[in-house]
Design a protein around this ligand. Structure first.
Ligand SMILES: [Fe+2]
Length: 236
């Protein structure tokens, strides 16, 4: 095993360890761990691919530096150590049909790295994905859905979520968001970048579909104009 593989493996295991501590508290975490337990994560299965950096490296570094919650420190440490070993990609119409109106914010700064998945830089799996997902500050990730059931582990101190047609709510670092297959969801990012662990449990080749909400322009305007403190919603 190379040092690079060792660092990527440590990151993956830090994520699984965090999720295990949350077991039975969240249905989605249970399902995710059930899937992970069936995947061969032995050292022999680790892939060895060339790293790929990103034009958003400064934002990414900031996002990792700002992971403050004590229970996430092992993930943050492993992520900082392995950041330059990973293959970073932007979604340039990979997940959405080309004419989708995903919004300027998303196009300007979205970033992910697949750790386990069809093109994972840790382990390969044809029908499960786990990775890191980041959005730049003051971004609305517009309402969308997909057939893949999805789990987010929020690493950032605060992120806003609209699940289904419910009100916007803010979630703390360490919180988990479970999105069943086909359920609508949107994310809004305040002053600091948003960073998370995300998993797609199956149907990993499904396409994302935008679901129009009339308040997109207003939210995007507010995100550029207001500071964090101006958004007053209950923390979950
Ligand atoms: Fe999603």
């Amino acid at each position: 095993m190379t040092d690079k593989q060792r660092r990527i493996k440590a990151l993956i295991h830090s994520i699984i360890t965090y999720l295990r501590a949350d077991r039975t508290l969240n249905h989605g975490v249970d399902l995710t761990l059930d899937k992970l337990e069936k995947i061969d994560l032995s050292d022999e299965q680790l892939v060895d691919i060339a790293p790929q950096g990103t034009r958003h490296d400064k934002v990414l570094k900031q996002a990792i530096d700002e992971i403050k919650y004590s229970k996430l420190q092992e993930i943050a440490r492993c992520m900082a150590l392995s950041k330059d070993d990973l293959e970073w990609r932007e979604d340039s119409d990979q997940f959405y049909p080309a004419d989708s109106d995903v919004g300027e914010g998303y196009r300007q700064c979205n970033l992910h790295s697949v750790l386990i998945g069809p093109d994972g830089c840790g382990y390969r799996h044809p029908n499960f994905s786990m990775g890191i997902f980041m959005l730049g500050p003051r971004t609305l990730y517009r309402d969308h859905n997909h057939l893949a059931p999805e789990l987010y582990l929020n690493l950032s101190e605060k992120s806003g979520w609209r699940l289904g047609a419910n009100e916007w709510r803010d979630y703390k670092a360490g919180s988990v968001i479970w999105i069943p297959s086909g359920a609508n969801h949107a994310t809004r990012v305040y002053d600091q970048p948003f960073i998370s662990i995300w998993c797609w449990l199956e149907k990993v080749n499904s396409i994302c579909k935008l679901v129009h909400f009339d308040d997109w322009a207003e939210i995007e305007h507010d995100l550029t104009q207001k500071s964090n403190q101006d958004f007053k919603y209950d923390f979950q």
